[in-house]
Each structure stands twice: as C-alpha cells, then as structure tokens.
Design a protein around this ligand. Structure first.
Ligand SMILES: [Zn+2]
Length: 83
C-alpha cells in the first residue's frame, strides 16, 4: 500500500522493446500442425463463354476481352504475333 512499487513486471518475459514474448518455443509438431492449413488451393477457373479459355469467375477474359458476352477491353496481343 502507499508508495510501494509493484515489481511483478520483472517476472514478465519481455523483449528488448518491452513487448511480451512467448514463454517457450513452439514445438515442431505444433508449427507443422498449424501450417497444415497454409497451402494455397487450386484457383476456381471456369471456361470463358466466348473463347473457352479458363479464366477466374467475375473477371474479364484476358484472352478475348469479353465479359458476359460483351467486348469490354482490347484482347491480349500475343507476343509471337507482335514480332
Ligand atoms: Zn474469352
């Protein structure tokens, strides 16, 4: 009570910047179990209704420039044709 100082902070495992650190290292098993859900899935590709190229849904087809059957952007210029 009174002017007594609380020294409990000394027991805390703090880094050089004062941020709390984990008490112990995470085991290989725990890290690997967490990362078992980190894999990137296969993209949900659908064939373009105009040209049939596989494109992401709700996006303009980069091959023919169509979206829902309407020409929206200039179709991609092939590198072979440009040279
Ligand atoms: Zn297309």
């Amino acid at each position: 009570m009174g002017l007594s100082v609380n020294f409990y902070f000394i027991r805390q495992n703090l880094g050089s910047n004062g941020v709390a650190l984990p008490k112990r290292r995470k085991s290989k098993s725990a890290s690997r179990m967490r990362r078992s859900h980190d894999a990137i899935g296969v993209p949900n590709l659908r064939p373009c209704s105009k040209c049939g190229a596989y494109v992401l849904p709700h996006r303009v087809c980069p091959e023919c420039g169509h979206y829902k059957g309407i020409l929206v952007i200039e179709p991609r210029v092939k590198i072979k044709e440009a040279k």
